[in-house]
Design a binder for this molecule. Structure first.
Ligand SMILES: [Zn+2]
Length: 115
């Protein structure tokens, strides 16, 4: 399942970050998941709960922020309403996806010891 490899990547990012600090405690991660990213957020959460055991993220919460897809015209920049025909009403160019197709790690929350 591809959600597991995503979680694997998130945990290694957090580990990388944690290694730069003394006595780190990872409290939480926040990811932005695009509507068209092809990620099942339910599976992502399940994968997180299984995968984080025994890692630096064992106590960390995963916050998932869904991001709706957004379409626009590559010619005039006109925004295309969700659910509308994916073509610009003004210049008839096919709409282009401007966001909502990615999974982004937005934030790692961490508590660190004294250096
Ligand atoms: Zn246009």
């Amino acid at each position: 399942m591809h959600e597991y490899s995503i979680v694997g990547a998130l945990v290694s990012r957090a580990e990388e970050e944690a290694r730069r600090h003394a006595d780190p405690r990872v409290l939480g991660l926040r990811v932005r998941v695009g509507e068209l990213a092809g990620v099942d957020t339910g599976l992502l959460r399940t994968a997180w709960d299984l995968f984080r055991e025994g890692t630096c993220c064992a106590e960390a919460e995963l916050e998932i922020a869904p991001e709706p897809a957004c379409w626009g015209c590559p010619g005039c920049g006109e925004a295309i309403a969700p659910g509308a025909v994916l073509r610009c009403p003004r210049c008839a160019l096919p709409a282009r996806l401007c966001r909502g197709d990615a999974l982004v790690l937005e934030r790692i929350e961490m508590e660190v010891g004294d250096v």
